[in-house]
Design a protein around this ligand. Sequence first.
Ligand code: PRP
Length: 216
Amino acid sequence: MEEKKIRIALTKGRLEKKTLTLLEQAGYDVHELRENTRRLIFSLPGSNVELVLAKAADVITYVEHGACDMGVVGKDTIMEQGGSYYEVMDLGFGRCRFALAGKTGQDFYQGYHTRKIATKYPNVAKSYFSSRQMDVQTIKIEGSVELTPLLGLADAIVDIVETGSTLRENGLCVYEDIAPVSARLIVNIASMKMKQELVQPILRQLQEQLEDERGK
Ligand code: PRP
């Protein structure tokens, strides 16, 4: 009989290194992923874990559809994309926040016109403004959203702020904080039940590792 495997999707880029460090500290051999390679799937030696590298939004899609049993993805993508899966753990890294930001010295709330909000996260922006009973027009941008108030395309942006340097260096500032963001562990709903003998030990290992880190 074929050995049961657990497939974990990792978000490429910003969260990748810290996820690998966490897995390594939890006892997994991830050295192959540290080599510069274009490979996308890795079987971790001495374990039943397979790692898949994907873009954040795709991590959710793979976990939702059961192509992967678990995933590591930012709360920003979770808030934007939604979906059906268990969000089981805050991994504590990749900390930043969603904020409403715009030109320094400008009063965002002055006047009655419908505000234009540029963002990579239209659902997050819409739900933030609807919770404040404000009608806004959202404009979807794919990157460097900070450009839009400078080019006169938007009154403000809803975006991720980590160090705040991108805002500062472009004459922008935070008007309001919207929500904290960090990396989360998500689990496919069926895998949680059907593969619990494999999923639970991984959750325990990671939890213990995070508690060790916090205790230091
Ligand atoms: C994110 C975000 C901001 C920047 C914030 O963009 O959209 O532009 O990081 O970081 P800071 O507060 O530390 O300056 P990212 O680097 O992911 O690039 P992108 O805008 O091209 O998607």
